[in-house]
Design a protein around this ligand. Structure first.
Ligand SMILES: Nc1nc2c(c(=O)[nH]1)N[C@H]1C(S)=C(S)[C@@H](COP(=O)(O)OP(=O)(O)OC[C@H]3O[C@@H](n4cnc5c(=O)[nH]c(N)nc54)[C@H](O)[C@@H]3O)O[C@H]1N2
Ligand SMILES: Nc1nc2c(c(=O)[nH]1)N[C@H]1C(S)=C(S)[C@@H](COP(=O)(O)OP(=O)(O)OC[C@H]3O[C@@H](n4cnc5c(=O)[nH]c(N)nc54)[C@H](O)[C@@H]3O)O[C@H]1N2
Ligand code: SF4
Ligand SMILES: [Mo]
Length: 747
């Protein structure tokens, strides 16, 4: 018998609505569902991923049963075990390790938002470990922190046709990274009278639509933002009413930006002085100006906090805060927020204090979060806690390597592939290889899974319900039910952490047996029940503007949840956590010793600046390389540079090149692209899922893995952000083609 069931794709965060035709518990057909949110024909037409769902559900390379390592770590020899055997043994080993070293000996690793983070976080909180590492410091957190500390809460761009007169797209390329509603909105926007300014060293698709493209030198964005502020102040474009009433420290800021003239910024940022002035005027004179930023300015090490702070100031002095068409102060959620789902309040003070970040990154740690919470709670809100306290990989790896300040001996890896996506692959590999216990939850035998003790088979889209929320800082959630029960022995990660938790004395914290019940409980406070939600696919409350004007208990406007109750141009908070009152640009990372540079130059190579990981469809980080169609269309990892730079270096498109730093090297094919000169843009994520996953090749991860070149050493002092952009490298031609080029030839 056939049934039609609603469900959702989850190959990107947009979670499009689908209808599955189900026969005997198996999905036999999948098509878009125009009756539920989100549905958009143009998005589906432009999406190359959604048709993967059906094949992936029962793909030959999926992990379907719990696997236990039998050979040496990394030898890729496994035995199939039952869930009970696996979970009993993992729980017993974790209990023993915690008894010997304390619960903080267990660390966890997360990656991009592929699944809800809170089940893992809840498990870790109740286990008593404060150390979850991952991507927080370089993805999302810096912006969230600086917005929250400047405005009292996070802000989201509010692009409103007819109202938004100017839009800045800063270090983000939604054409490749999002490719859904947001990218469509920008295309529409670019067709209107309103002005679009793009700040990106590469001439991306969105830059090609812009009225002004500023091909900024990587890592100099703070200086650029300060120059915009300079022009706006000098030319009297400041929103005086908003600044006088609602901003703290304007005179200090005005004084601070005086030296940041457009001429100086033109020189430092490598863009035209005239364009800087024009862009500043557009932002400063618009009735409403919006701004969206991305990883281009999130992953710039020491410059991350000052850049975001300068952007906050730019928004504020032009009155573009908490205003329609500019940006909204994000809504607190009616449903149970992330911070309560993860149960971080259950993490005892003694365990918080043992977090490896304590005293090292004074904002990105439990103490820093606690100080910020005192502010956000003034208006009844709390940010997600585990994510914003995520442990710095540098410190976690150090504890694995040296046992200092205490030994980290066990690791749970959930929805991430650190051997490809974390900085400094050689170091990560060595540190993980020395551990006592590694448990990986994944769909596939990734390089990281191949060095685990246990690989646990996880249920993915279609097999699990989805309630996609924005890290708990917005009042909407979307998705829908699973169409089928998980195939084979796969389980949702919720069930895995629950079962493990129950074995470790956490039964009270896991009252709901299934993820669906847990989502239903999360949704309950909204008054919407799970069935209604599944029918519509959306819980949504429209944003409110002018929240700072809402009367507080004393009848006066409630203002902003900061130390001063105003937008803090000069921060009263940041000096408490090792920061500065005003944004000050920092230096640039060098990973190439003079000896390396000299040697490569002697061999005919060159020393250049580098950015890494610029998003490209159809892949996502280390994912989807197992899709033969994708591989046929995008068969080779590339390094891009401008035509002029290639000519100067005597390189040609199609050449094989080796890129290196003191950390290591990797090989790519050279391509030319429109971007600023003397810079390379290096692909990330590449490996061969079809090769042997274990030793010695580990799925080919040593060949074209840009993270063999990067480092996660702490750079930014408050948060600990490291750099994936704004690094230096050396590059030279090599004669031997890389495996990808050989494959392309043989196909
Ligand atoms: N050099 C460089 N490095 C970078 C970046 C860069 O730009 N340059 N970007 C960084 C950024 S912003 C990020 S977010 C990270 C991304 O890094 P990762 O998140 O590590 O990258 P992915 O390849 O997306 O890894 C996801 C893994 O999780 C599995 N998976 C997917 N969904 C689920 C699920 O629901 N449950 C479970 N258990 N597993 C699942 C997939 O099969 C895959 O193996 O990379 C970072 N690293
Ligand atoms: N196809 C695909 N989509 C993805 C992902 C993926 O791996 N693949 N990953 C997902 C994840 S985890 C994330 S975090 C998002 C990220 O989404 P985005 O932030 O949109 O990432 P990108 O598309 O790489 O855009 C970043 C841009 O910043 C530019 N840039 C680099 N350095 C600098 C700099 O110093 N200053 C400025 N101004 N610009 C700079 C790059 O040239 C690039 O165009 O994408 C998500 N979507
Ligand atoms: S990959 Fe994203 S845009 Fe494409 S169908 Fe899936 S959820 Fe929608
Ligand atoms: Mo990310």
């Amino acid at each position: 018998m056939q049934e039609i069931k609603p469900t959702n794709c989850h190959y990107c965060g947009y979670c499009c609505a689908f209808l599955a035709t189900v026969e005997d518990g198996r999905v036999v057909d999948l098509r878009p569902d125009p009756t539920r949110y989100p549905y958009d024909e143009r998005i589906l037409a432009g999406c190359r991923r959604w048709r993967m769902n059906l094949a992936a559900l029962d793909g030959a390379d999926r992990i379907n049963h719990p696997l236990r390592r039998v050979g040496e770590r990394g030898a890729n020899q496994w035995e199939r075990v039952s869930w009970d055997e696996a979970l009993d043994d993992i729980a017993a080993r974790l209990r023993d390790l915690a008894a010997e070293h304390g619960p903080e000996t267990l660390a966890s690793a997360i990656g991009g938002p592929h699944a809800s983070f809170w089940p893992l976080h809840r498990f870790m909180n109740l286990f008593g470990s404060p150390n979850n590492m991952g991507i927080g410091q370089i993805c999302w957190n810096p912006r969230i922190w600086m917005d929250a500390l400047t405005f009292g809460w996070t802000v989201e761009a509010d692009i409103t046709p007819g109202l938004t007169e100017c839009l800045f797209i800063w270090g983000t390329n939604p054409a490749q990274s999002d490719n859904s509603a947001f990218w469509r909105a920008i295309i529409q926007f670019s067709k209107t009278e309103a002005s679009l300014v793009v700040i990106d060293p590469r001439r991306t698709q969105v830059a090609a639509l812009a009225d002004i493209w500023l091909p900024v030198r990587p890592g100099t964005d703070c200086t650029l933002a300060l120059a915009f502020i300079h022009v706006i102040v000098e030319e009297g474009l400041v929103d005086r009413a908003f600044v006088d009433e609602w901003c703290h420290g304007f005179e200090e800021l005005a004084e601070h930006v005086r030296p940041y003239t457009p001429a100086r910024a033109a020189e430092e940022c490598g863009v035209s002085e005239d364009d800087i002035v024009r862009a500043a005027r557009l932002f400063g004179s618009a009735q409403a100006a919006a701004l969206v930023s991305g990883r281009g300015i999130d992953q710039v090490g020491v410059n991350v906090a000052p850049t975001h702070r300068a952007i906050c100031c730019l928004r504020a002095i032009t009155g573009n805060v908490d205003k329609q068409g500019a940006c909204v102060l994000a809504e607190a959620s009616d449903f149970v927020p992330e911070v309560d789902m993860e149960m971080t309040d259950a993490l005892a003070a003694e365990h918080r204090a043992r977090c490896l970040n304590t005293q090292r990154t004074p904002l990105q740690c439990y103490e820093g979060y606690g100080k910020a919470r005192e502010l956000t709670e003034k208006l009844g809100r709390r940010l997600p806690e585990r994510y914003l306290t995520s442990a710095a990989p540098d410190l976690v790896l150090h504890a694995m390597e040296t046992g200092e300040p205490y030994p980290v001996r066990a690791l749970i890896v959930n929805a991430t592939n650190p051997l490809i996506t974390y900085a400094d692959t050689h170091r990560v590999f060595k540190a993980f290889m020395g551990l006592d216990l590694i448990v990986v939850l994944d769909y596939y035998m990734t390089p990281t899974a191949s060095i685990a003790d246990y690989v646990l088979p996880i249920a993915g889209a279609i097999e699990r319900p989805i309630f996609q929320v924005h890290g708990g800082v917005a009042n909407n959630g979307y998705g829908g039910p699973a169409a089928v029960a998980p195939y084979y022995e796969r389980r949702t990660d919720y069930e895995v952490f629950r079962e493990l938790g129950i074995r470790l004395g956490q039964a009270d914290a896991w009252p709901q047996e299934t993820l669906e019940d847990a989502f239903a409980a999360q949704l309950a406070p909204t008054g919407m029940d799970w069935e209604d939600y599944c029918r519509i696919g959306l819980y949504y409350q429209p944003p409110a503007y002018g929240k700072h004007l809402i009367p507080g208990p004393d009848g006066k406007p409630q203002g902003f949840a900061t130390t001063t109750g105003k937008v803090e141009l000069a921060s009263e908070f940041l000096p408490l956590v090792g920061g500065t009152r005003l944004p000050e640009p920092g230096g640039h990372l060098s990973l190439c010793s003079p000896e390396l540079v000299e040697r490569i130059q002697a061999e005919g190579g060159a020393h250049l600046r580098m950015i890494t990981g610029s998003r490209k469809q159809p892949y996502n980080a280390s994912m989807y390389f197992n899709n033969p169609e994708f591989r046929a269309k995008s068969p080779v990892p590339v390094v891009e540079m401008s035509e002029a730079t290639a000519r100067r270096l005597g390189l040609h498109p199609g050449d094989t090149v080796e890129v290196a730093t003191d950390q290591g090297s990797a090989r790519f094919e050279l391509a030319t692209a429109r971007m600023r000169d003397d810079l390379v843009n290096v692909d990330y994520g590449w490996w061969h899922p079809e090769w042997e996953p274990g030793a010695p090749e580990f799925g080919g991860m040593w060949e074209s893995n840009v993270n063999c070149l990067t480092t996660c050493e702490l750079a930014e002092p408050m948060i600990g952000t490291w750099s994936y952009n704004d690094i230096d490298c050396v590059i030279k031609r090599v004669d031997e083609p890389i495996s990808w080029q050989k494959e392309r030839q043989s196909n």
